[in-house]
Design a protein around this ligand. Sequence first.
Ligand SMILES: Cc1cc2nc3c(=O)[nH]c(=O)nc-3n(C[C@H](O)[C@H](O)[C@H](O)COP(=O)(O)O)c2cc1C
Ligand code: SF4
Length: 413
Amino acid sequence: MSPTERLLAGPPLDGRAEPLASHRARLGELPVVPAAEMIAALEAAGMLGRGGAGFPVGRKWRAIAEGSGRGTPVVVANGAEGEPESAKDRVLMAHRPHLVIDGALLAARTLGADRVELYVGREHSAAVQAVRAAVEERPAADRALLHLVEAPLGYVAGEATAVVHYVNAKDARPLATPPRMSERGVRNRPTLVQNVESLAQAALIARNGPDWFRERGRGADRGTALVTIAGPVRHEGVAEIDLGTPLAELVEFAGGLTGTPQAVLIGGYFGTWARIEDAWDVPLEPESLKAAGLAFGCGLVRLLDARACGVDYSARIMGFLAAGSAMQCGPCKYGLADLAGASGRVAAFGAKATDLIDIDRWTGLVTGRGACRHPDGAAQQMGTAMAVFEDDFASHAARGRCLAGGTRTGGRR
Ligand SMILES: Cc1cc2nc3c(=O)[nH]c(=O)nc-3n(C[C@H](O)[C@H](O)[C@H](O)COP(=O)(O)O)c2cc1C
Ligand code: SF4
Protein backbone atom coordinates (compact mmCIF):
# COMPACT_ATOMS: atom_id res chain seq x y z
CA MET A 1 0.00 0.00 0.00
CA SER A 2 2.87 2.39 0.75
CA PRO A 3 4.85 4.16 -1.94
CA THR A 4 8.24 3.49 -0.37
CA GLU A 5 9.00 1.29 2.53
CA ARG A 6 11.71 0.79 5.08
CA LEU A 7 10.33 -1.24 7.96
CA LEU A 8 8.06 -3.17 5.64
CA ALA A 9 10.52 -3.50 2.74
CA GLY A 10 11.24 -7.11 1.77
CA PRO A 11 8.96 -10.06 1.12
CA PRO A 12 5.24 -9.43 0.61
CA LEU A 13 2.98 -9.05 3.63
CA ASP A 14 1.21 -12.33 3.00
CA GLY A 15 0.97 -13.57 6.57
CA ARG A 16 4.39 -15.26 6.60
CA ALA A 17 7.24 -14.07 8.79
CA GLU A 18 10.51 -13.23 7.06
CA PRO A 19 13.04 -15.92 8.00
CA LEU A 20 16.40 -14.99 9.53
CA ALA A 21 18.34 -15.94 6.37
CA SER A 22 16.29 -13.57 4.21
CA HIS A 23 16.44 -10.81 6.84
CA ARG A 24 20.25 -11.12 7.00
CA ALA A 25 20.62 -11.31 3.22
CA ARG A 26 18.61 -8.13 2.83
CA LEU A 27 19.95 -6.06 5.73
CA GLY A 28 23.17 -7.74 6.85
CA GLU A 29 24.18 -8.37 10.45
CA LEU A 30 23.23 -5.87 13.11
CA PRO A 31 26.36 -3.70 13.31
CA VAL A 32 28.23 -3.29 16.57
CA VAL A 33 27.95 0.40 17.41
CA PRO A 34 29.59 1.81 20.55
CA ALA A 35 26.93 2.81 23.11
CA ALA A 36 27.70 6.55 23.15
CA GLU A 37 27.66 6.65 19.34
CA MET A 38 24.37 4.75 19.15
CA ILE A 39 22.63 7.05 21.63
CA ALA A 40 24.00 10.10 19.81
CA ALA A 41 22.71 8.65 16.52
CA LEU A 42 19.21 8.21 17.94
CA GLU A 43 19.28 11.76 19.26
CA ALA A 44 20.55 13.11 15.94
CA ALA A 45 17.81 11.18 14.13
CA GLY A 46 15.27 12.87 16.42
CA MET A 47 13.15 9.75 16.37
CA LEU A 48 10.04 9.84 18.52
CA GLY A 49 8.59 6.73 20.16
CA ARG A 50 5.84 5.10 18.12
CA GLY A 51 3.82 3.63 21.00
CA GLY A 52 1.57 6.65 21.51
CA ALA A 53 3.21 9.23 23.73
CA GLY A 54 5.84 10.31 21.18
CA PHE A 55 8.74 10.60 23.64
CA PRO A 56 12.22 11.02 22.06
CA VAL A 57 13.86 7.58 21.92
CA GLY A 58 17.47 8.77 22.26
CA ARG A 59 16.64 10.70 25.43
CA LYS A 60 15.09 7.60 26.98
CA TRP A 61 18.15 5.44 26.21
CA ARG A 62 20.43 8.14 27.57
CA ALA A 63 18.44 8.37 30.82
CA ILE A 64 19.11 4.68 31.43
CA ALA A 65 22.72 4.75 30.25
CA GLU A 66 23.55 7.70 32.50
CA GLY A 67 20.92 7.19 35.19
CA SER A 68 21.22 6.48 38.85
CA GLY A 69 19.31 3.20 38.64
CA ARG A 70 20.82 0.23 40.40
CA GLY A 71 21.53 -3.05 38.66
CA THR A 72 21.89 -4.33 35.15
CA PRO A 73 19.21 -2.86 32.87
CA VAL A 74 16.36 -4.80 31.27
CA VAL A 75 14.81 -4.08 27.87
CA VAL A 76 11.12 -4.62 27.20
CA ALA A 77 9.84 -4.62 23.61
CA ASN A 78 6.24 -3.48 23.93
CA GLY A 79 4.11 -5.32 21.39
CA ALA A 80 0.92 -5.45 23.47
CA GLU A 81 -1.08 -3.38 20.96
CA GLY A 82 -4.28 -3.40 22.97
CA GLU A 83 -5.66 -0.63 20.75
CA PRO A 84 -8.58 -2.42 19.09
CA GLU A 85 -8.42 -0.80 15.66
CA SER A 86 -4.65 -0.48 15.36
CA ALA A 87 -2.79 -3.27 13.60
CA LYS A 88 0.63 -1.78 12.89
CA ASP A 89 2.58 -3.54 15.65
CA ARG A 90 1.02 -6.94 15.08
CA VAL A 91 1.64 -6.67 11.31
CA LEU A 92 5.26 -5.65 11.92
CA MET A 93 5.90 -8.48 14.41
CA ALA A 94 4.13 -11.07 12.26
CA HIS A 95 6.12 -10.20 9.12
CA ARG A 96 9.42 -8.68 10.30
CA PRO A 97 10.05 -10.29 13.70
CA HIS A 98 13.84 -10.22 13.20
CA LEU A 99 13.87 -6.47 12.72
CA VAL A 100 12.05 -6.05 16.04
CA ILE A 101 14.43 -8.51 17.71
CA ASP A 102 17.43 -6.69 16.21
CA GLY A 103 16.12 -3.47 17.74
CA ALA A 104 15.62 -5.09 21.14
CA LEU A 105 19.11 -6.65 21.06
CA LEU A 106 20.57 -3.33 19.95
CA ALA A 107 18.98 -1.64 22.96
CA ALA A 108 20.29 -4.41 25.21
CA ARG A 109 23.84 -4.08 23.87
CA THR A 110 23.76 -0.29 24.05
CA LEU A 111 22.47 -0.22 27.62
CA GLY A 112 24.37 -3.27 28.85
CA ALA A 113 21.11 -5.16 29.55
CA ASP A 114 21.24 -8.88 30.21
CA ARG A 115 17.55 -9.54 29.61
CA VAL A 116 15.06 -8.72 26.87
CA GLU A 117 11.35 -9.27 27.43
CA LEU A 118 9.43 -9.55 24.16
CA TYR A 119 5.96 -8.57 25.38
CA VAL A 120 3.50 -9.55 22.65
CA GLY A 121 -0.30 -9.30 22.90
CA ARG A 122 -1.58 -12.87 23.24
CA GLU A 123 -4.56 -12.14 21.01
CA HIS A 124 -2.18 -11.42 18.12
CA SER A 125 -1.51 -15.09 17.47
CA ALA A 126 0.38 -14.61 14.17
CA ALA A 127 2.70 -12.16 15.89
CA VAL A 128 3.23 -14.46 18.89
CA GLN A 129 4.06 -17.38 16.62
CA ALA A 130 6.37 -15.31 14.41
CA VAL A 131 8.29 -13.89 17.36
CA ARG A 132 8.55 -17.32 19.02
CA ALA A 133 9.87 -18.90 15.81
CA ALA A 134 12.25 -16.00 15.24
CA VAL A 135 13.74 -16.42 18.73
CA GLU A 136 14.31 -20.11 17.95
CA GLU A 137 16.17 -19.16 14.75
CA ARG A 138 18.61 -16.96 16.63
CA PRO A 139 22.04 -18.12 17.79
CA ALA A 140 22.30 -19.42 21.37
CA ALA A 141 23.90 -16.20 22.65
CA ASP A 142 20.86 -14.17 21.52
CA ARG A 143 18.39 -16.78 22.77
CA ALA A 144 19.90 -16.57 26.22
CA LEU A 145 18.79 -12.94 26.42
CA LEU A 146 15.38 -13.18 24.77
CA HIS A 147 12.21 -14.04 26.73
CA LEU A 148 8.81 -14.10 25.09
CA VAL A 149 6.00 -12.92 27.37
CA GLU A 150 2.44 -13.20 26.12
CA ALA A 151 0.71 -10.01 27.21
CA PRO A 152 -2.77 -10.43 28.67
CA LEU A 153 -5.85 -8.93 27.05
CA GLY A 154 -6.82 -5.43 28.00
CA TYR A 155 -6.29 -1.86 26.93
CA VAL A 156 -4.16 -0.87 29.90
CA ALA A 157 -1.93 -3.98 29.66
CA GLY A 158 0.32 -2.07 27.23
CA GLU A 159 0.88 0.90 29.53
CA ALA A 160 4.56 0.93 30.52
CA THR A 161 4.11 0.38 34.27
CA ALA A 162 1.44 -2.27 33.64
CA VAL A 163 3.92 -4.04 31.35
CA VAL A 164 6.54 -4.04 34.09
CA HIS A 165 3.98 -5.08 36.71
CA TYR A 166 2.90 -8.01 34.55
CA VAL A 167 6.44 -9.15 33.83
CA ASN A 168 7.25 -8.94 37.55
CA ALA A 169 4.06 -10.23 39.13
CA LYS A 170 1.64 -11.36 36.39
CA ASP A 171 -0.63 -8.42 37.22
CA ALA A 172 -1.25 -6.14 34.22
CA ARG A 173 -2.61 -3.17 36.14
CA PRO A 174 -0.56 0.02 35.93
CA LEU A 175 1.32 0.75 39.13
CA ALA A 176 -0.64 3.22 41.23
CA THR A 177 2.54 4.97 42.36
CA PRO A 178 4.79 4.42 39.40
CA PRO A 179 8.54 4.51 40.00
CA ARG A 180 10.81 5.98 37.36
CA MET A 181 11.27 3.10 34.90
CA SER A 182 14.78 4.26 34.10
CA GLU A 183 15.64 3.54 37.75
CA ARG A 184 13.34 0.72 38.89
CA GLY A 185 11.30 -1.51 36.63
CA VAL A 186 11.54 -5.22 35.83
CA ARG A 187 13.15 -7.01 38.80
CA ASN A 188 13.66 -3.56 40.33
CA ARG A 189 16.28 -2.83 37.72
CA PRO A 190 16.53 0.12 35.28
CA THR A 191 14.14 -0.77 32.48
CA LEU A 192 13.63 0.47 28.95
CA VAL A 193 10.04 -0.06 27.79
CA GLN A 194 10.00 0.70 24.10
CA ASN A 195 7.38 0.13 21.46
CA VAL A 196 8.27 -2.59 18.92
CA GLU A 197 8.12 -0.20 15.96
CA SER A 198 10.45 2.22 17.76
CA LEU A 199 12.93 -0.63 18.27
CA ALA A 200 12.69 -1.72 14.63
CA GLN A 201 13.37 1.88 13.56
CA ALA A 202 16.41 1.96 15.90
CA ALA A 203 17.76 -1.19 14.24
CA LEU A 204 17.61 0.57 10.87
CA ILE A 205 19.28 3.69 12.27
CA ALA A 206 22.13 1.50 13.61
CA ARG A 207 22.66 0.20 10.07
CA ASN A 208 22.14 3.39 8.08
CA GLY A 209 22.75 6.33 10.40
CA PRO A 210 20.69 9.33 11.46
CA ASP A 211 21.06 11.30 8.21
CA TRP A 212 19.55 8.42 6.29
CA PHE A 213 16.66 8.32 8.78
CA ARG A 214 16.04 12.04 8.37
CA GLU A 215 16.00 11.85 4.57
CA ARG A 216 12.41 10.77 4.89
CA GLY A 217 9.60 12.83 6.34
CA ARG A 218 8.10 16.05 5.15
CA GLY A 219 7.80 18.16 8.27
CA ALA A 220 9.55 18.74 11.56
CA ASP A 221 9.23 15.12 12.73
CA ARG A 222 11.31 12.91 10.51
CA GLY A 223 11.40 9.36 9.23
CA THR A 224 8.71 6.95 8.22
CA ALA A 225 5.97 5.60 10.47
CA LEU A 226 3.51 2.77 10.40
CA VAL A 227 -0.12 3.82 10.40
CA THR A 228 -3.36 1.88 10.36
CA ILE A 229 -6.11 3.24 8.15
CA ALA A 230 -9.69 2.14 8.73
CA GLY A 231 -13.07 3.19 7.41
CA PRO A 232 -14.48 3.84 3.93
CA VAL A 233 -11.32 3.26 1.85
CA ARG A 234 -10.68 0.51 -0.67
CA HIS A 235 -7.82 -1.12 1.26
CA GLU A 236 -8.03 -0.83 5.02
CA GLY A 237 -4.87 -1.89 6.83
CA VAL A 238 -1.34 -0.92 7.69
CA ALA A 239 0.80 1.44 5.62
CA GLU A 240 4.26 2.87 6.05
CA ILE A 241 4.25 6.57 5.30
CA ASP A 242 6.67 9.46 5.39
CA LEU A 243 5.79 11.41 8.51
CA GLY A 244 4.06 14.53 7.26
CA THR A 245 2.09 12.81 4.51
CA PRO A 246 -1.30 14.52 4.34
CA LEU A 247 -4.39 12.45 5.11
CA ALA A 248 -5.59 12.99 1.54
CA GLU A 249 -2.52 11.15 0.21
CA LEU A 250 -2.83 8.34 2.73
CA VAL A 251 -6.39 7.80 1.51
CA GLU A 252 -5.02 7.68 -2.05
CA PHE A 253 -2.43 5.02 -1.05
CA ALA A 254 -5.31 3.10 0.49
CA GLY A 255 -7.01 2.92 -2.90
CA GLY A 256 -9.29 5.92 -2.49
CA LEU A 257 -12.61 6.42 -0.79
CA THR A 258 -15.51 4.00 -0.98
CA GLY A 259 -17.86 6.30 0.91
CA THR A 260 -18.14 9.86 2.14
CA PRO A 261 -16.26 10.39 5.38
CA GLN A 262 -17.59 13.07 7.69
CA ALA A 263 -14.88 12.92 10.36
CA VAL A 264 -11.66 11.18 11.33
CA LEU A 265 -10.30 9.87 14.60
CA ILE A 266 -6.52 10.22 14.58
CA GLY A 267 -4.23 8.59 17.13
CA GLY A 268 -6.35 5.74 18.49
CA TYR A 269 -8.96 5.57 21.23
CA PHE A 270 -6.93 8.13 23.20
CA GLY A 271 -6.81 10.26 20.07
CA THR A 272 -8.59 13.23 18.63
CA TRP A 273 -11.57 13.65 16.32
CA ALA A 274 -11.57 16.20 13.50
CA ARG A 275 -14.05 17.14 10.81
CA ILE A 276 -12.86 15.63 7.57
CA GLU A 277 -12.49 19.04 5.88
CA ASP A 278 -10.30 20.25 8.76
CA ALA A 279 -8.04 17.18 8.68
CA TRP A 280 -7.84 16.42 4.95
CA ASP A 281 -4.67 18.42 4.25
CA VAL A 282 -3.06 18.25 7.69
CA PRO A 283 0.35 16.53 7.60
CA LEU A 284 0.26 13.28 9.57
CA GLU A 285 3.14 13.93 11.96
CA PRO A 286 3.11 14.79 15.66
CA GLU A 287 4.10 18.46 15.44
CA SER A 288 1.71 19.51 12.65
CA LEU A 289 -1.12 17.54 14.21
CA LYS A 290 -0.46 19.16 17.57
CA ALA A 291 -0.59 22.60 15.96
CA ALA A 292 -4.01 21.63 14.58
CA GLY A 293 -5.17 20.46 18.03
CA LEU A 294 -4.82 16.80 17.05
CA ALA A 295 -2.60 13.90 18.14
CA PHE A 296 -0.58 11.32 16.18
CA GLY A 297 -0.80 8.78 19.04
CA CYS A 298 -0.39 5.21 17.85
CA GLY A 299 -0.93 6.17 14.19
CA LEU A 300 -4.53 4.99 13.87
CA VAL A 301 -6.46 6.91 11.22
CA ARG A 302 -10.15 5.93 11.46
CA LEU A 303 -12.45 7.63 8.96
CA LEU A 304 -16.10 7.79 9.92
CA ASP A 305 -18.61 7.56 7.11
CA ALA A 306 -21.30 10.25 6.86
CA ARG A 307 -23.97 7.60 7.44
CA ALA A 308 -22.38 6.49 10.71
CA CYS A 309 -23.24 8.11 14.02
CA GLY A 310 -20.31 9.89 15.68
CA VAL A 311 -22.18 10.10 18.99
CA ASP A 312 -22.64 6.35 19.07
CA TYR A 313 -19.07 5.69 17.94
CA SER A 314 -17.47 7.92 20.55
CA ALA A 315 -19.83 6.68 23.31
CA ARG A 316 -18.88 3.10 22.55
CA ILE A 317 -15.19 3.97 22.70
CA MET A 318 -15.86 5.62 26.06
CA GLY A 319 -17.64 2.48 27.25
CA PHE A 320 -14.74 0.34 26.09
CA LEU A 321 -12.16 2.54 27.83
CA ALA A 322 -14.20 2.73 31.05
CA ALA A 323 -14.54 -1.05 31.13
CA GLY A 324 -10.84 -1.44 30.31
CA SER A 325 -9.49 0.78 33.06
CA ALA A 326 -7.70 -0.76 36.00
CA MET A 327 -10.27 0.78 38.42
CA GLN A 328 -7.58 1.80 40.85
CA CYS A 329 -7.78 5.58 40.79
CA GLY A 330 -10.75 7.91 41.27
CA PRO A 331 -10.96 9.27 37.71
CA CYS A 332 -11.15 5.78 36.26
CA LYS A 333 -13.39 4.26 38.93
CA TYR A 334 -15.96 7.02 38.92
CA GLY A 335 -15.24 9.55 36.16
CA LEU A 336 -14.89 7.19 33.21
CA ALA A 337 -17.85 5.09 34.32
CA ASP A 338 -19.98 8.24 34.60
CA LEU A 339 -18.77 9.50 31.22
CA ALA A 340 -19.58 6.15 29.66
CA GLY A 341 -23.03 6.19 31.28
CA ALA A 342 -23.89 9.71 30.19
CA SER A 343 -22.54 9.40 26.63
CA GLY A 344 -24.24 6.01 26.30
CA ARG A 345 -27.59 7.53 27.32
CA VAL A 346 -27.17 10.38 24.81
CA ALA A 347 -26.25 7.91 22.05
CA ALA A 348 -29.29 5.77 22.87
CA PHE A 349 -31.67 8.81 22.92
CA GLY A 350 -32.23 8.51 26.65
CA ALA A 351 -30.27 11.55 27.85
CA LYS A 352 -30.91 13.17 31.21
CA ALA A 353 -31.27 16.95 31.13
CA THR A 354 -27.75 17.47 32.53
CA ASP A 355 -25.88 14.81 30.55
CA LEU A 356 -24.24 17.10 27.95
CA ILE A 357 -23.11 19.60 30.57
CA ASP A 358 -21.87 16.78 32.78
CA ILE A 359 -19.87 15.15 29.97
CA ASP A 360 -18.22 18.46 29.24
CA ARG A 361 -17.41 19.06 32.92
CA TRP A 362 -16.23 15.53 33.68
CA THR A 363 -13.82 15.38 30.74
CA GLY A 364 -12.04 18.33 32.36
CA LEU A 365 -12.21 16.83 35.84
CA VAL A 366 -10.66 13.43 35.08
CA THR A 367 -7.72 14.82 33.11
CA GLY A 368 -4.36 14.65 34.87
CA ARG A 369 -5.80 12.93 37.93
CA GLY A 370 -4.90 9.26 37.36
CA ALA A 371 -1.69 7.40 38.04
CA CYS A 372 -1.41 6.80 34.30
CA ARG A 373 -2.66 8.60 31.20
CA HIS A 374 -5.70 6.38 30.68
CA PRO A 375 -8.27 8.93 31.88
CA ASP A 376 -6.55 11.75 29.98
CA GLY A 377 -6.69 9.80 26.74
CA ALA A 378 -10.30 8.80 27.27
CA ALA A 379 -11.25 12.41 28.02
CA GLN A 380 -9.40 13.65 24.95
CA GLN A 381 -11.37 11.33 22.68
CA MET A 382 -14.67 12.30 24.32
CA GLY A 383 -13.94 16.03 24.39
CA THR A 384 -12.97 16.21 20.73
CA ALA A 385 -16.00 14.09 19.76
CA MET A 386 -18.26 16.56 21.60
CA ALA A 387 -16.74 19.42 19.57
CA VAL A 388 -16.77 17.70 16.18
CA PHE A 389 -20.21 16.10 16.57
CA GLU A 390 -21.68 19.04 18.48
CA ASP A 391 -24.92 19.20 16.47
CA ASP A 392 -25.30 15.43 16.60
CA PHE A 393 -24.89 15.35 20.40
CA ALA A 394 -27.42 18.17 20.75
CA SER A 395 -29.90 16.49 18.44
CA HIS A 396 -29.54 13.13 20.17
CA ALA A 397 -30.02 14.75 23.57
CA ALA A 398 -32.81 17.19 22.76
CA ARG A 399 -34.89 15.71 20.04
CA GLY A 400 -33.98 12.05 20.18
CA ARG A 401 -33.02 12.19 16.54
CA CYS A 402 -29.78 11.06 14.91
CA LEU A 403 -28.53 13.45 12.24
CA ALA A 404 -26.57 10.63 10.59
CA GLY A 405 -29.66 8.51 10.26
CA GLY A 406 -28.91 6.40 13.29
CA THR A 407 -26.70 3.89 11.54
CA ARG A 408 -24.67 1.85 13.97
CA THR A 409 -21.05 1.58 12.97
CA GLY A 410 -20.03 -1.80 14.28
CA GLY A 411 -16.28 -2.04 14.76
CA ARG A 412 -14.25 -4.11 17.12
CA ARG A 413 -15.29 -2.79 20.49
C1 LIG B 1 -3.54 2.87 28.82
C2 LIG B 1 -2.28 2.84 27.98
C3 LIG B 1 -2.08 1.79 27.09
C4 LIG B 1 -0.91 1.71 26.33
N1 LIG B 1 -0.75 0.66 25.46
C5 LIG B 1 0.40 0.59 24.73
C6 LIG B 1 0.62 -0.50 23.82
O1 LIG B 1 -0.24 -1.38 23.65
N2 LIG B 1 1.80 -0.53 23.14
C7 LIG B 1 2.77 0.44 23.30
O2 LIG B 1 3.83 0.36 22.68
N3 LIG B 1 2.59 1.49 24.14
C8 LIG B 1 1.43 1.57 24.85
N4 LIG B 1 1.27 2.61 25.73
C9 LIG B 1 2.37 3.57 25.88
C10 LIG B 1 3.40 3.03 26.88
O3 LIG B 1 3.03 3.45 28.19
C11 LIG B 1 4.81 3.54 26.59
O4 LIG B 1 4.77 4.96 26.52
C12 LIG B 1 5.41 3.01 25.30
O5 LIG B 1 5.39 1.60 25.24
C13 LIG B 1 6.84 3.48 25.18
O6 LIG B 1 7.36 3.18 23.93
P1 LIG B 1 7.74 4.30 22.88
O7 LIG B 1 8.48 5.37 23.64
O8 LIG B 1 8.59 3.59 21.90
O9 LIG B 1 6.47 4.84 22.29
C14 LIG B 1 0.08 2.72 26.47
C15 LIG B 1 -0.14 3.79 27.35
C16 LIG B 1 -1.31 3.87 28.09
C17 LIG B 1 -1.52 5.04 29.01
S1 SF4 C 1 -5.53 6.08 35.93
FE1 SF4 C 1 -6.96 4.40 35.56
S2 SF4 C 1 -5.89 2.93 34.26
FE2 SF4 C 1 -4.36 4.37 35.11
S3 SF4 C 1 -3.62 3.38 37.00
FE3 SF4 C 1 -5.33 4.67 37.64
S4 SF4 C 1 -7.16 3.34 37.52
FE4 SF4 C 1 -5.53 2.34 36.39
